[in-house]
Structures are given as structure tokens and as C-alpha cells.
Design a protein around this ligand. Structure first.
Ligand SMILES: *Cc1c(COP(=O)(O)O)cnc(C)c1O
Length: 489
């Protein structure tokens, strides 16, 4: 299968590329991104064939259905990364929390957030393809806390790849920062930036578009790639668990094959829910995709009113920082799928020039055929954590935004899968507060207190972080970052 561009072709870039090309060089014409030329089908037939498939077998079959230019061996090796999850045979456990609600835990990988689901296999494939072409790549990443650790983890010691990871100093949890600054691999550099996540992301964008910087890389024979979810190489791995969750409900006799379900996703950059959208389009019986946000509720506004308006908003810091996003990159792929390249280009140009776009009535109706959206404030989310903790199940503040979306669903008889995107250990201060202790001052105090006051236990890899040597103490002003990266290269 070939990959095409969301904003059409500029006559310079090729109008279609292979999968390996799309993941190594993920930026398309006019600032667009790559999407598959067509979608494989995940209909009843496909589901029947996979009813007994393990997660890895299902993943293999889904990847094969995209007919990508990656050999079977490499795909298999990439999927073997799931063997390092807590339970290799059950990497994404499903828990029943209500008669109609099931939580699928996507955080049982190395860095305890859902980013591992895609980045683990993706990192392996990207490095293999770079080696095959005898090319060297620099992956630059700006993180609010989860993408950074997961990117470092997947690319550590991988050949032909270097990583420069920027995080806002003071803007992440202790655990997230330690996951980054204790990284030992020689091919990776972590830099704290004075400023917030927006500042950090802006530095990255400036560097990515700086001719100077590109020339410096050229001199060193290094190309630039990206590991954020604009890279389709991540999205393809985020289709799998939506289908797996459905099959799991069938296997547990909670639904019959063919019954519809709701999918509830705590959303930021829209990569997770996009995977669900592609599964639904391919034929997975999904009634609707419920998009949960925090008070940075730009997606709620889009899906309810057809208006995407960044201009009148300021980013608000919440206790679900991975969802503190105003420019949600993967919405573009849905716009393309529904309205085509010409219209997508028009809408994206409007967003760039005026910070805003408005869908027509028909376009909005089309969006609402697949999506519904709700948002929760921090205190509403905390109340949900408190409530479910009393019933014996604890989730993190991102997952907590889903509960209201779940309750707001239109057809109460239809069962729902809620995605849990981070382990409580990454946001332990918020969780401790929800459980009744707002006095704790650090993550480690919070973790200790939660362990004493619940039946939870932090995994070793989290505890060990607090005793590891800090390898990347560097925190710098924006102006110094280019120099630091070049020194590292
Ligand atoms: C990245 C992340 C999200 C948002 O996922 P998107 O694919 O960007 O919508 C939600 N929760 C957590 C914990 C995350 O790390």
C-alpha cells in the first residue's frame, strides 16, 4: 500500500510514498501529513478469523492487511517488544468497572503510559529501515511528560538513530522527569528548557524549520525524522488495541460478535482516538467514538459546534498534562478522510493564518456520525478517582476524564471500552489528593502514602528511578538549545 498527503501534492514531493518513506520522512506537501491510500477491512469476517488470535497475532494480521513495505521478520521482531510488557500474553488487560463499562489498561509497558503501545514496535522498525538505507537520523522530541520517556526507551542504543529530547523544566511530574534525565544510552540527549510546554514545542518547531540547523545536520550527514503522532508509523500500532478490546469483550461473553460498542478515549493530539476511527471505518462495530478532554476543551467545541478556535483560547495547565493541547494534529487525518485534500488544505490554512476554522453544517453532521465529545474539569476528574477508589479501582487523572463521557453516552444499553492511558504512579500527587491527602510534596512521598493506604504497589522500575544517577542535569534557556544539540551530535 502507498501513502498519500492530507493537503494534496505540491509537485515537488512524490504524490505517493511507501510506508517506510512515510515514517522516515513524515512531513508531506504544504505542511500536511501522510495517510494510507485506502483502509483495510476489519469486518465481521476479519473479526471471526481473529477471534482466537493473541495480541501479537492480531497485530501481525492488521499490519499485514496494510500491505506495507516492511518484511515479516522485522514486523515480528517489532511486535516482540510487547513481550517486555508486564504480562506478555495479555499486554492490555481489560477490567470491568460497571455492568456496561470496561477499562482497558494501555500502560503496562516500560514507561507506564500508552505511548509505549506504539513507540515500542515503531522504534524498532524505524531503526531497521534507517540501517537498511544506511542513513542516520536525528529524532527530536518536545514532551509534556509521556512521549519523552517512551521515545528515549524505544530508541536507546538503536543503531543509526540519535534522540534529542526537550522537556519543560518544572513542567512534568518527578517520575516523568527522572525517566528522562536518568537515561544512560549514549545516543540520546535530554535537555530541560526554561519555560512551559508551549515554549519547548516552539523551540523545536523553530529548529525544525531553521535552514542553519538543517545545514549543520547535512554537514554531519544526519537527517531529521519525528516520533510524534503525526508519524503514521505510530498510528498503525494504535489501531490494534481497539480491535483487540472488541474481541476480548466477545471472548468474555459480554457482547456477541456484531454488537456495537462505545470507545471512550482521553484525547490530546487525537492519535489514540484516530486509531479507533480507522478501526470503525474498517468495519469494527462501533456506535460512536467518545472523545474526552480536560478544560482545554477545543475538541469538544469542534465536535459539538463545528468550530476549531485556537485564537480565543489560552492553554490552561491541568492535572492531565498530556491532554493540555490546543493544536491537535491528528484531527487533520479525519478531515482528510471525510472532506478530501482540497478542503483539508483550506481548513488548515485558515487555522494557520487566523487560528480558527469553521465546518459547514453538513461537515459537522458527518463528524458527529462518528464522534461525540465531553470534557471534565480537574475537580470533576478527581471526584471520579475518589469514587472508583472506594470501589477498589484506581485510575490516573487522564483516564478520569473519560467517566463523564461514558455516562453521557446516548444509548445506555451499549457497552463501552474506556482507555486508561497512564499508570497512577506517573501522577501520584493528584491521585493521593483524590484519595484524601493533599499534603504530599513529592511523587515519592505520594507513592509511599498511596501504597500504605491502598492495595496498590508501584512497580520496581518506578521505585528504582529515585536512586538512579542523573545523567542529564542540563537545563538551559531557549537560545542555547541549538548549540547543545550540535555539541551532542
Ligand atoms: C499522550 C497521552 C494522551 C493523549 O493521547 P493522544 O493520542 O495525543 O490523543 C492521553 N493520556 C496520556 C496519559 C497520554 O500520555
Amino acid at each position: 500500500m502507498q501513502f498519500i498527503e492530507t493537503r494534496g501534492n505540491d509537485g515537488v514531493k512524490p504524490s505517493k510514498v511507501t510506508f517506510s518513506e512515510a515514517i522516515l520522512n513524515p512531513s508531506a506537501s504544504f505542511g500536511g501529513i501522510y495517510v494510507p491510500e485506502f483502509l483495510p477491512t476489519f469486518d465481521t469476517q476479519f473479526l471471526k478469523e481473529n477471534i482466537d488470535s493473541s495480541y501479537k497475532e492480531l497485530a501481525f494480521n492488521i499490519l499485514k492487511s496494510f500491505n506495507i513495505d516492511i518484511d515479516d521478520n522485522t514486523i515480528q521482531e517489532a511486535l516482540n517488544r510487547y513481550d517486555n510488557f508486564d504480562e506478555p500474553n495479555n499486554p492490555v488487560p481489560l477490567n470491568k468497572i460497571e455492568d456496561e463499562a470496561f477499562v482497558m489498561e494501555l500502560y503496562h509497558g516500560a514507561t507506564r503510559a500508552f505511548k509505549d503501545m506504539a513507540l515500542q514496535p515503531f522504534g524498532y522498525i524505524l531503526s531497521k529501515e534507517a540501517q537498511k538505507r544506511e542513513e542516520k537520523y536525528l529524532i527530536m522530541v518536545a514532551t509534556s511528560g509521556d512521549t519523552g520517556p517512551a521515545t528515549l526507551e524505544t530508541f536507546k542504543k538503536r543503531q543509526n538513530i540519535k534522540v534529542a529530547c526537550l522537556y519543560p523544566s518544572g513542567g512534568t511530574s518527578d517520575v516523568q522527569r527522572l525517566q528522562m534525565v536518568t537515561e544512560e544510552a549514549e545516543n540520546e540527549k535530554v535537555i530541560g528548557v526554561v519555560g512551559n510546554f508551549d515554549d519547548t514545542q516552539n523551540v523545536l518547531k523553530e529548529l525544525l524549520s531553521s535552514e542553519d540547523f538543517k545545514n549543520e545536520l547535512k554537514k554531519r550527514d544526519i537527517k531529521l525524522s519525528a516520533a510524534n503522532s503525526v508519524n503514521f508509523g505510530r498510528i498503525i500500532f494504535q489501531i490494534i488495541y481497539h480491535i483487540h478490546g472488541y474481541l476480548e469483550l466477545v471472548r468474555q461473553k459480554e457482547i456477541e460478535l456484531g454488537d456495537k460498542i462505545y470507545i471512550v478515549v482521553p484525547s490530546g493530539n487525537f492519535g489514540n482516538v484516530l486509531g479507533g476511527y480507522y478501526a470503525k471505518k474498517g468495519g469494527l462495530p462501533v456506535e460512536k467514538l467518545l472523545v474526552a478532554s480536560n478544560i482545554n476543551n477545543i475538541l469538544t467545541d469542534l465536535i459539538e459546534n463545528g468550530v476549531y478556535d485556537m485564537a480565543s483560547r489560552e492553554l490552561i495547565k491541568t492535572n492531565s498534562p498530556a491532554m493540555d493541547i490546543l493544536k491537535s494534529s491528528n484531527v487533520e487525518r479525519v478531515l482528510f478522510d471525510k472532506f478530501g485534500a482540497k478542503r483539508t488544505k483550506e481548513l488548515m490554512e485558515s487555522l494557520n493564518s487566523s487560528g480558527k476554522y469553521t465546518l459547514t453544517k453538513d461537515e459537522l453532521l458527518s463528524l458527529q456520525e462518528d464522534f461525540q465529545a465531553t470534557y471534565s474539569s480537574d475537580s470533576e476528574g478527581e471526584a471520579e478517582i475518589t469514587k472508583y477508589a472506594k470501589k477498589g479501582y484506581i485510575f490516573d487523572p487522564h483516564t478520569a476524564t473519560c467517566i463523564k463521557s461514558y455516562r453521557d453516552r446516548e444509548k445506555k444499553e451499549i457497552k463501552a471500552i474506556i482507555y486508561s492511558t497512564a499508570e497512577w504512579t506517573k501522577f501520584s500527587k493528584t491521585v493521593a489528593k483524590a484519595l484524601g491527602n493533599s499534603e504530599v510534596k513529592s511523587d515519592i512521598e505520594a507513592i509511599d502514602w498511596i501504597e500504605k493506604n491502598s492495595n496498590l504497589k508501584a512497580p520496581n522500575m518506578i521505585r528504582e528511578l529515585f536512586n538512579k544517577e542523573i545523567k542529564h542535569p542540563l537545563v538551559v534557556e531557549k537560545e542555547q538549545i541549538e548549540d547543545e544539540i550540535l555539541k551532542f551530535l
